[in-house]
Design a protein around this ligand. Structure first.
Ligand SMILES: [Fe+2]
Ligand SMILES: [Fe+2]
Length: 469
């Protein structure tokens, strides 16, 4: 007899382990071969978790929706320890167009073996999902289903929506800042709604929205920067498992981190050359001015107080080496640690900040790596680099095929093998190219394309916006 609620709780409790075990034996089988001892040990562990639940009358269905797994329709939360394995499995499912796996009878090691072999070999066929599905029809206990698009209208509409969300947020931010500048007393209520829509978009289309932050030649740096920092902060918060409510708070706090900058005279803020000492003194006041501006808002609440704290702390640094100078060390607010990572990254890779020339994303990350443990929180930095990738979206790369391409999407398992949009072919001609996956191998197991080095997009007059929008 099946006590439904009790069973659901039991399944949910095991969900993370089930996905992790699945990822482990698939990964191990990729490296060795499906019959390997290490693979078999992992398979047995998987069966030992699954079969008791099946014996009690359950059917287990694992679905992939967007970037998330659902086990029997409840979302499986990302956990720190399993992060890499989860991401790996998401990618491998997507590559095969695989959207669900259902187990409705007790499984045997042989069943799992068949699954593993077909799972691995089908990725080389023209229509991986169909090949896998054919093979799996021979196994009674296990069945597979195709990947469903969240938005049936297709990618174009999703892109449009992502763009709309992004630009809405930018124009909203601009509006609020101008209102505050002109002395109007605004409240953060409406801002909350704007941030909520960004949070929703990040949960569904993280990569595309992060892609929007990679376009650095927007007209108005200040507003785009605020939105970018908000997006990157929320995306990072999502990876470390913050709740939706916490993500909204974080996004809001991040959106207003630089609000004090509105008091910096534009001739300083927009100066094309380096700042002198006097100008720096003015710039370094923006954390104070930020606190003041926020405390003047209508209806102070928990979130606005936290916004003020982060506005004050976002240049303090993990080791207190930044500004403003404080008389004794304090424990940084958790959000400050996240926001300063996102802030440094976006500021360095943009063109209209303290330095004029935008830095290539990989260069910015290597500088941040040196700061991890001193100026930046080392653990959060690990999550950050994992999120943007070793080659972040928008990086211009030279491939060993002599093609030039823009990094288009990450690949967490193989950080040096992202998806790349080819824009110049091997003969040097501009092409409206395809997106290629650098994890793709030929029949003899050799990678089709590998990154040789990153290139400076300014040198090649390549406008990322042209390709991303
Ligand atoms: Fe700042
Ligand atoms: Fe900033």
């Amino acid at each position: 007899m099946l006590d439904k609620d009790k069973e659901d709780i039991e399944i949910a409790r095991n969900a993370k382990d089930i996905i992790n075990q699945l990822a482990v034996f698939i990964r191990t089988a990729h490296i060795h071969d499906p019959g390997n001892v290490a693979v078999m040990t992992a398979v047995e562990r998987f069966i030992a978790t699954i079969n008791p639940m099946i014996e009690r009358g359950n059917v287990l269905t694992l679905d992939l929706v967007g970037e998330f797994f659902y086990l029997n329709e409840s979302r499986v939360r990302y956990s720190m320890e399993y992060l890499l394995n989860f991401d790996f499995l998401v990618r491998e499912f997507k590559r095969r167009g695989l959207g669900s796996v259902t187990i409705n009878r007790k499984i045997s090691p042989e069943d799992v073996q068949t699954f593993l072999k077909s799972f691995i070999s089908c990725s080389y066929s023209g229509s991986p999902f169909d090949t896998l599905s054919d093979e799996m029809s021979k196994v009674d206990s296990l069945s597979v289903g195709p990947l469903k698009k969240i938005k049936e209208e297709g990618d174009v509409d999703v892109k449009k929506m992502v763009k709309k969300t992004y630009f809405n947020a930018v124009s909203f931010t601009k509006g609020v800042i101008n209102k505050i500048k002109s002395g109007e007393r605004v409240s953060l209520k409406k801002a909350k709604r704007v941030v909520e829509s960004m949070v929703d978009m990040i949960l569904e289309e993280e990569e595309l929205l992060i892609g929007m932050t990679a376009i650095k030649d927007y007209d108005e740096y200040t507003y785009n920067h605020s939105v970018n920092v908000s997006i990157l902060s929320v995306a990072l918060g999502q990876r470390i498992g913050l709740s939706r409510k916490a993500l909204t708070d974080l996004g809001l706090v991040a959106l207003f981190h630089d609000i004090g900058k509105m008091e910096i005279p534009p001739e300083i803020l927009n100066k094309p050359t380096n700042f002198n000492d006097d100008e720096w003194r003015v710039i370094k006041k923006h954390p104070f001015w930020g606190v003041r501006a926020i405390l003047r808002l209508k209806g102070l609440d928990y979130t606005s107080v936290r916004t003020a704290i982060v506005a004050f702390e976002h240049h303090l640094n993990y080791d207190m080496s930044g500004y403003p100078k404080i008389s004794r060390p304090l424990e940084l607010d958790f959000y400050s640690k996240i926001v300063s990572l996102a802030d440094q990254y976006d500021a360095m890779t943009s063109s209209r900040v303290y330095s004029r020339v935008p830095m290539a994303p990989d260069k910015a990350l290597s500088i941040m790596l040196e700061r991890a443990g001193t100026q930046l929180d080392p653990l959060l930095f690990k999550f950050f680099i994992n999120m943007v990738g070793v080659f972040p979206i928008g990086t211009l790369v030279l491939l060993d095929t002599k093609e030039l391409g823009l990094v288009y999407g990450g690949n967490t398992m193989f950080q040096d093998r992202p998806r790349v949009l080819v824009i110049i072919d091997s003969t040097g001609n501009r092409v409206k190219g395809d997106v290629v996956d650098l994890t793709e191998k030929n029949v003899s197991g050799k990678y089709l394309r590998t990154i040789v080095k990153t290139m400076d997009p300014n040198k090649y007059r390549i406008n990322l916006a042209e390709y991303m929008l």
